[in-house]
Design a protein around this ligand. Structure first.
Ligand code: DX5
Ligand code: ZN
Length: 215
């Protein structure tokens, strides 16, 4: 069954403890934390201190999505903060293999995030080194954008490569997920769905319904 990763970008930051407990209790497998630096993307969110604050609130997988440049010099603080998976955009630095090594040697999972302007060809060299690929179905930077159907073939391509090369990375889809676009992603063999505005805009009493509707 597909895993659900609510993105706390759309959560109520004033009540983070409540929000984390609700998505944890309502069955989400991962908690997706969008780190934006106002430089790699046109928006600024939170940093390693947010990961560190959330860590004691849940035992669920903290799925940290770095939208920052450069990448390498910040990795250590995200490791120390208690991340379980750290994903980054390879074009945001020039030492992606080192970054992957650094994450893996701390016994964490490493992921590569694929911006809509980056093709799968440009990341194939990393596929046997990593645990996750994030297929971005919006231009990274903001929650609440429209799902880009044009990116679906990347999910299929990644699923095919995984089979051919006997690899085992998870395919996560991030951006514009709702019950309809979730179905398209599942049909293309996605393993994890990130959803921000869809889950959190429904109000706390509906989190379970929203999460379940993505399965
Ligand atoms: C976008 C972020 C997403 C975002 C998704 O740059 O990477 O994780 O929170 O938000 P929705 O689900 O609202 O598209
Ligand atoms: Zn994200």
């Amino acid at each position: 069954m597909v895993k659900i990763a609510p993105s706390i970008l759309s959560a109520n930051l004033m009540h983070m403890h409540d929000e984390i407990q609700s998505i944890d209790n309502n069955g989400s497998e991962y908690i997706h934390i969008d780190v934006m630096d106002g430089h790699y993307v046109d928006n600024l969110t939170f940093g390693a201190n947010m990961v560190k604050s959330i860590r004691p609130m849940t035992r669920k997988v903290l799925d940290v999505h770095l939208m920052i440049t450069p990448v390498k010099k910040y990795i250590d603080e995200y490791i120390k903060a208690g991340s379980d998976i750290i994903s980054f955009h390879p074009e945001a630095d020039n030492n992606s293999k080192d970054v992957i090594k650094q994450i893996k040697s701390a016994n964490l999972k490493a992921g590569i995030a694929v911006h809509p302007r980056v093709s799968i060809n440009e990341i194939t060299e990393f596929l046997d080194l990593i645990d996750m690929v994030i297929v971005m179905t919006v231009v990274p930077g903001f929650g609440g954008q429209k799902f880009m159907l044009s990116e679906i073939n990347k999910i299929t391509e990644l699923a095919n490569i995984r089979k051919q090369r006997n690899l085992n990375y998870e395919i996560e889809v991030d951006g514009g997920i709702n019950s309809e676009t979730a179905q398209i992603c599942k049909d293309a063999n996605a393993d994890v769905l990130v959803a921000g505005s869809y889950i959190f805009s429904g109000g706390k009493e509906n989190y379970k319904k929203m999460i379940d509707s993505l399965r």
